[in-house]
Write a protein that binds this ligand. Structure first.
Ligand SMILES: [Fe+2]
Length: 295
């Protein structure tokens, strides 16, 4: 059965049928999914029960897994519930219990409910993220996606000129500070040193320009902090208007794949007394999006 991708009714996202993500893919299947990613930037695969190993194998079809020596959160190796290469976005402790309301990891991960692009705080940012829904709470917990290509296109020409060669600084410190999580150890703060990325980038395959925004962005090179923060907030409000957003309502065994180079996303609230077990695999950006030079 051939891969097919349906546009409606998922907003700018595409819904994929004709693929078993747990089975090996043909080169035609991979090409069809990549073409779908170029067009939609978010793809939804329904009814895909996956083991962690199968999720990793499917993810590797589309690039190289992210691998960093420094952690992307505050978990210690002894805090980890899952194996290498699979990021844990559950509210579960390593023993499988629901995290306490004051669990430091729970508090840190709450900032994932701010609009962001995965790993924008890394020197090499993320290409695709793949999130597998294993256990879904009965209420809330949607994942929302905003199309940063459409958001860029909708800017007025003066703003496009103003932002063409701006460089932003991204750090987990900024996104955590936004929700009042400021108590980091010296080691954590050193791991989260800011990195710089252009605010406007072009997709390496389609050439289409997009905004590269994220709650991790907390400064603009050459600007004062207050002016940078208020401008980034303004751009984020613009870019996350409903017309640019697709809200994914999870069913168990959904797999959702998105291109971090051209989208932002955020988790939504749920009842923290219920289990949410979602697991992410992430590809590194082997063909970094080009910075767009000023005209
Ligand atoms: Fe994320």
């Amino acid at each position: 059965m051939a891969v097919s991708i349906r546009s409606a009714p998922l907003g700018f996202a595409g819904e994929v049928s004709g693929v078993d993500c747990a089975a090996p893919l043909s080169s035609e299947d991979i090409a069809a999914i990549e073409a779908g990613m170029d067009r939609h930037a978010v793809l939804v695969f329904r009814d895909q029960p996956l083991s962690d190993e199968r999720q990793l194998a499917f993810t590797r079809c589309f690039g190289r897994l992210e691998k960093y020596d420094t952690p992307g959160d505050i978990r210690k190796p002894s805090d980890r519930r899952l194996g290498p290469g699979v990021a844990d976005f559950s509210n579960l402790t390593p023993a499988g219990k629901i995290m306490a309301a004051d669990d430091r990891i729970w508090l840190f991960k709450l900032a994932d409910q701010l609009w962001h692009s995965d790993s924008s705080y890394r020197p090499v940012t993320a290409k695709y993220s793949l999130l597998s829904g294993r256990i879904i709470p009965s209420w809330g917990a949607n994942t929302e996606f905003a199309d940063m290509r459409a958001a860029y296109d909708a800017l007025d020409e003066g703003t496009k000129r103003e932002i063409a060669d701006l460089i932003c600084e991204h750090s987990l410190i900024y996104s955590r500070a936004a929700i009042g999580f400021t108590e980091l150890t010296a080691e954590e703060a050193a791991n989260f040193r800011p990195v710089s990325h252009p605010l406007v980038r072009a997709h390496p395959r389609t050439g289409r320009k997009s905004l590269f925004l994220s709650s991790h962005a907390g400064a603009i090179v050459g600007w004062t902090i207050p002016e940078a923060r208020i401008f980034l907030r303004d751009l984020t409000e613009h870019a996350t208007q409903r017309e640019f957003v697709y809200s994914h309502v999870w069913k168990p065994h959904d797999l959702v794949m998105w291109d971090n180079r051209v989208t932002m996303h955020r988790a939504r609230r749920f009842d923290r007394n219920e289990t949410r077990d979602v697991r992410r695999t992430t590809l590194t950006d082997d063909a970094p999006a080009a910075a767009v030079a000023a005209p």
